[in-house]
Design a protein around this ligand. Structure first.
Ligand code: MSP
Length: 652
C-alpha cells in the first residue's frame, strides 16, 4: 500500500459458509478493519469489503447433511458472519455474498470476456479433486497417491467434461509481475515461494464442473447448461463484482485493490490464479496480496472436526474486544503462525495496555489535577524536552511505512517507544520534586510532553483500538480525526492546550484466566453441528497426553471454606454451598455430593475449588465453581487441605 494513492480498496477473503466464524476469520477481518480505519483517518477514500463464499460441492454437501437446501444453509451461516462482524463493530463498506444476483451476473460477464480473449477452451478433466479445499491436484502432487497435499483428506478421482482457463499462457507475465513488484506479495518470503511455484510450470486450470449443481451457471451465450463455474473462479471474482463489474460499474474506480488480506493457505489462489484472471480481463493487478499465518491451539491447526476451535466472541466477551484486537496484532509477527494462549493475552493486557499506556494516562490525570487544575499547555515543551521530542518524532515517522508493509507487530512495538519515553521521563525528572524545588515551569512542561505523547499514540493506536482511544482522546480533550492525524503525526506538531478530564481506568488488571481452554460442543458449534462428523476430542488432546506447566496453571485451584450448605429442593444429588474464597462475597457452588455428605457435615470445613470455571446453571441456579473430590467403588471423598489454610489460598 503506498501513501501516494488516494483510494484504498481493502478486502478480506470471503468466508466459506460451512463453518461458523472462528478466531482465524476474526484475525483476517480485524487486520483488514485496522487498515480500513487507518486509511480513512489518513484521508484516503476507502472501500472495505468482506462477505461469504457460498457455492461449491463442500457447501452443497454440508447443507445436505443437515437436511437443508444450500441456499437456506448459506443464508443461516452467512447471517452469523455478518452478525458477528456487526457486533464487533467491523467497519466494512459492503458485505458481499456469492449468491447475490449481481455477483453471479458479474462472474458470467467475466467468463465471456475470457472466452472472447481466447483464454477458455473445452476438454476433459482427468485428475483428483479435494472437496475440502475445492482444489484440483495431479497424481504426483497427492500424498500416498490418494490424500490432498494441503489438508490431508482423501481426494476423489474426477473425469468430466470441463472448460479450461489457459493459465499456462500467463506463466511468464506472472513472473514478470512478481519480479517488477517487490511488494506485490507480502511478506516477501511468500513472494519467493510463489515465484518458485510458478517457475516450476503452470498447467491450464479446469474452471467448470458438471458433477454437481450448486454454483454459478455458465452464461446463456455458452449454451451449455450442465456446467457450473469452479468455485474459486466464482469466489475470486467477488473482489470485482462488489465494485459492480459486469453491471453498474460506478465503484470500479476503486480498482485495483490496495490489499487483499488472506491467510497463507489460500495464497496460490490469490497470487497465481487471481492475477492471471485479471490479466485475461485486461485489468490492473492488486497492489498487494498479504498473507498472514495461522492461529493454532497447542501447536495444532484449529478445526471444527478437531473441536479445538476458539470462538472469537467468547474471547472478546471474556477479555474485551479491543484488548483482543491489540493482542492479535501485537503478539504474532505478520505472516508467522501463533499459538493462542490466554496467559499471553492476559500479559499483554496487564503489561502493555495496563502498565505502559493505562498507568501513564492515570498518572497524567492525577498530576494535572494536582498541579494545574487539569489545564496543560504545550508552550514550553520544545524548550525543555527537545531530545525526548526528537525521539518521539523519529518513532512516529517510522509507523506508517510499517503499517503499509503489513508489519503490524512492529508498528505496535514502535508505537510503544514514545510511551516508554514518557514513562521514563516521569521517573527521571520526578515532576513532584520539580514542583517543590522551584522548577514548576519544567514540571508543567513535562505534563505537556506526556499529554502530547499520549495524544499522538492515541491517534496511531486508533485503528487497532478505536473506542478505547476515543476515551483517551476525550480524557485529553481532543478528537481523533483526519485533522488531528495531520497535525500530530504528519506535521509532528503539538496540540495546545489540553483540558484533562478524569476517566475511570481503561485497563483494570486481570488476575484470572476467564475462559475455558476451548469449548467442544459449545452452544455455537452445536447449532450448526447437529450431527458432528467425527468424535471431536481426539485431535485436540495435548501431545502424548501431556500438558505444559502453563496449561496446568490456567486452571486456578484455591482453598475454600464452606460457610453455608443446604439441600437443593427436589434434587437427590445436589447440595447448594456458599464457599468463601477470600473474595468480596462467597461463591455459590452446586455440588453433586448429597449421597455422601449432609449440609451439617460441611459447614466450616475446607475444600479445594476450581475457581476459574465458567459459571453454569444447574436446576436453574448459578454454580460459580467446582469442588474437587475422588470417587471409587466405596463412595466419594472430598479433597481437603491437610492443615487449615486461609480461604482463597492458591493451590499449585
Ligand atoms: N472461501 C475461501 C476464500 C475465498 S476468497 C476469494 C476460504 N474461506 S475460509 O473460510 O476457509 O477461510 C478464509 C480465511 O480464514 C483463510 O484465508 C484465513 O485467512 C482464515 N483462517 C481460517 N482459519 C485460520 C486460522 N486458524 N488462523 C488464521 N487464519 C485462518 O478459504
Amino acid at each position: 500500500m503506498s501513501e501516494q494513492c488516494h483510494k484504498a480498496y481493502i478486502t478480506t477473503p470471503i468466508y466459506y459458509v460451512n463453518d461458523i466464524p472462528h478466531i482465524g476469520h476474526a484475525y483476517t477481518t480485524i487486520i483488514a478493519d485496522t487498515l480500513a480505519i487507518y486509511s480513512r483517518m489518513a484521508g484516503l477514500e476507502t472501500f472495505f469489503l468482506t462477505g461469504t463464499d457460498e457455492h461449491g460441492q463442500k457447501i452443497e454437501e454440508a447443507a445436505k447433511k443437515r437436511g437443508k437446501s444450500p441456499q437456506e444453509y448459506a443464508d443461516e451461516i452467512s447471517g452469523r458472519f455478518k452478525a458477528l462482524w456487526d457486533e464487533f463493530g467491523i467497519t466494512y463498506d459492503k458485505f458481499i455474498r456469492t449468491t447475490d444476483p449481481e455477483h453471479k451476473k458479474g462472474v458470467q460477464a467475466a467468463f465471456l470476456k475470457m472466452v472472447e480473449k481466447g483464454d477458455i477452451y473445452k476438454d476433459v478433466y482427468r485428475g483428483h479433486y479435494c472437496i475440502s479445499c475445492e482444489a484440483f491436484f495431479t497424481e504426483t502432487q497427492l500424498v500416498d497417491g490418494e490424500f490432498c497435499p494441503e489438508c490431508g483428506k482423501p481426494t476423489s478421482v474426477v473425469e468430466e467434461e470441463s472448460y479450461f482457463f489457459r493459465l499456462s499462457k500467463y506463466q511468464e507475465p506472472l513472473l514478470q509481475w512478481y519480479r517488477e513488484h517487490e511488494k506485490c506479495i507480502l511478506p516477501k518470503t511468500r513472494r519467493n515461494e510463489v515465484m518458485r511455484f510458478v517457475e516450476g510450470g503452470l498447467e491450464d486450470l479446469s474452471i467448470t464442473r458438471t458433477s454437481f449443481d450448486w454454483g454459478v451457471k455458465l452464461p446463456e451465450e455458452m449454451n451449455d447448461p450442465k456446467h457450473v463455474m469452479y468455485v474459486w473462479l466464482d469466489a475470486l471474482m467477488n473482489y470485482l463484482t462488489a465494485l459492480g463489474y459486469g453491471g453498474d460499474e460506478k465503484l470500479m474506480d476503486f480498482w485495483p485493490a490496495r490489499v487483499h488480506l488472506i491467510g497463507k493457505d489460500i495464497l496460490r489462489f490469490h497470487a497465481v490464479y487471481w492475477p492471471a484472471f485479471l490479466m485475461s480481463l485486461d485489468l490492473p493487478l492488486p497492489h498487494h496480496v498479504a498473507a498472514h499465518g495461522w492461529w493454532t491451539r497447542n501447536g495444532e491447526k484449529m478445526s471444527k472436526s478437531k473441536g479445538n476451535v476458539i470462538n472469537p466472541k467468547e474471547v472478546a466477551d471474556a477479555y474485551g474486544l479491543e484488548n483482543f484486537r491489540y493482542f492479535m496484532l501485537r503478539e504474532v509477527p505478520f505472516g508467522g503462525d501463533g499459538d493462542f494462549s490466554q496467559k499471553a493475552l492476559i500479559d499483554r493486557i496487564n503489561s502493555d495496555l495496563g502498565n505502559d499506556l493505562g498507568n501513564l494516562l492515570n498518572r497524567l490525570i492525577g498530576m494535572s489535577g494536582k498541579y494545574s487544575a487539569g489545564k496543560i499547555s504545550s508552550e514550553k515543551v520544545e524548550e525543555h524536552y527537545t531530545e525526548e521530542l526528537a525521539e518521539v518524532h523519529a518513532s512516529m515517522e517510522k509507523l506508517e511505512p510499517l503499517l503499509f508493509d503489513m508489519q503490524l507487530h512492529r508498528y505496535l512495538e514502535e508505537l510503544w517507544k514514545p510511551l516508554s519515553i514518557a514513562n521514563k521521563a516521569i521517573d527521571t525528572y520526578q515532576p513532584w520534586v520539580m514542583m517543590k524545588d522551584g522548577r514548576e515551569e519544567q514540571a508543567l512542561a513535562l505534563l505537556g510532553l506526556i499529554a502530547n505523547i499520549l495524544a499522538k499514540v492515541a491517534v496511531m493506536l486508533h485503528p487497532v483500538m478505536p473506542r478505547t482511544t476515543e476515551k483517551i482522546a476525550k480524557a485529553l480533550g481532543f478528537e481523533i480525526d483526519n485533522a488531528a492525524y495531520v497535525k500530530l503525526v504528519k506535521e509532528g506538531a503539538l496540540l495546545d492546550p489540553f483540558t484533562i478530564e478524569k476517566i475511570p481506568p481503561l485497563f483494570p488488571r486481570i488476575e484470572e484466566v476467564r475462559m475455558q481452554e476451548f469449548t467442544p460442543g459449545a452452544p455455537e458449534a452445536e447449532a450448526t453441528e447437529n450431527k458432528p462428523e467425527k468424535k471431536k476430542e481426539k485431535a485436540s488432546e495435548p501431545v502424548e497426553g501431556l500438558i505444559t506447566i502453563d496449561q496446568f496453571f490456567e486452571t486456578q485451584l484455591k482453598v475454600g471454606t464452606i460457610v453455608e450448605a443446604e439441600e437443593v429442593p427436589k434434587s437427590k444429588k445436589l447440595l447448594l454451598l456458599q464457599v468463601d474464597l477470600g473474595e468480596e462475597k462467597p461463591r455459590q457452588i452446586i455440588a453433586g455430593i448429597k449421597e455422601w455428605y449432609g449440609p451439617t457435615d460441611l459447614v466450616d470445613t475446607q475444600v479445594c475449588v476450581v475457581a476459574n470455571l465458567k459459571p453454569a446453571k444447574l436446576m436453574g441456579m448459578l454454580s460459580e465453581g467446582m469442588i474437587l473430590a475422588a470417587k471409587d467403588e466405596d463412595g466419594l471423598a472430598l479433597i481437603r487441605p491437610e492443615k487449615p489454610k486461609k480461604a482463597g489460598t492458591p493451590i499449585g
